[in-house]
Design a protein around this ligand. Structure first.
Ligand code: PLP
Length: 283
């Protein structure tokens, strides 16, 4: 495997950053994960736009012009011969002696890019069977709209889910509403057959898959409501699912100890999963 690190393509096993990188010291950075299908990046422009926004919110400079970044992303995918998988790209504020304020002088942001293959058969299996989620308190900071590399609460939630035999954790805010999954957006189909997902804002990450799915649902004539829902409402919903760039849509068939619907992936969920493939933009 080959990684891109600050201007160089290096063997993945030898790739590293300086110990004074602010990403390493402070998690002072942002990232993106973009799906690859048939060797092409999925919804690339939406991912690049979100990266630019995350960087601007944290006042981290762009590591390179967008046109160059597009080329390097392609090159990393090509050199790793990824047909179906993911490309990960991360930008940190750069290397400077450890001190909390932004470095005084100009510092070059660090850019790291990796790509990996995904086991599509395994994803397909999860999509056909559905997965379990468990609910737990959302312990994250108040700017979840920024795709920050500081993921400790997400990691703890995912680990707790795995230890409970579940695939994902659905995080619940102080008011008792589901925000999103630890690395996915959360959706239900309510008792009226409407697609429900929380509206964007500082409380959740504005998922690229979420954005494209909303467009997909509109085209399919499925009614959409963007509003918060509680774990109780989700447990009595007709259908539930999660969305993310990695696997697009995975049906949820159990929340805590409650089976959803008849305990099998829902029909609207599966319809959206199929329709997404035609709407997701490959470039
Ligand atoms: N919410 C969180 C917290 C995430 O980490 C992710 C993706 O990693 C998502 C939602 C889904 O976002 P996207 O569809 O852009 O992958």
């Amino acid at each position: 495997r080959i990684a891109y690190v600050n201007g160089r393509y290096v063997r993945h096993a030898d790739a590293g950053v300086h110990i004074d990188d602010r990403g390493y010291q402070f998690a002072d950075g942002v990232y993106e994960v973009c799906g690859i299908r048939g060797g092409k990046l999925m919804d690339e422009e939406l991912h690049l736009a979100r990266l630019q926004r995350s960087l601007a919110e944290l006042r981290i400079a762009s590591p390179m012009p967008l046109s160059a970044l597009r080329q390097v992303l392609r090159e990393v995918v090509r050199r790793n011969r990824v047909e179906n998988g993911l490309v990960y790209f991360q930008v940190t504020r750069g290397v400077a002696p450890r001190d909390h304020p932004f470095p005084a002088g100009p510092v070059k942001p660090s850019l790291v890019i990796t790509a990996k293959r995904l086991n599509m058969a395994r994803i397909q299996q999860s999509a056909e069977k559905g997965v379990a989620v468990v609910t737990m308190p959302d312990l994250r900071w108040a700017r979840r709209d920024i795709k920050s590399i500081a993921l400790l609460p997400n990691i703890l939630a995912k680990q707790a889910a795995r230890e409970a035999g579940a695939y994902e954790a659905w995080l619940v805010d102080a008011e008792g509403y589901v925000t999103e999954g630890s690395s996915t957006n959360a959706w239900i189909v309510d008792k009226f057959g409407r697609l429900v997902t929380r509206s964007t804002g500082p409380e959740i990450l504005s998922g690229i898959t979420r954005t494209v799915l909303l467009e997909t649902a509109k085209r399919e004539g499925i009614e959409i409501v963007e509003r918060p829902f509680t774990p109780d409402e989700a447990k009595s919903a007709r259908e539930a699912f999660i969305s993310a760039s990695s696997a697009v849509i995975i049906p949820v068939v159990r929340i805590d100890d409650t089976a959803i619907g008849n305990g099998a992936p829902g029909s609207i969920t599966l319809r959206l999963r199929e329709a997404y493939a035609k709407v997701g933009v490959l470039s």
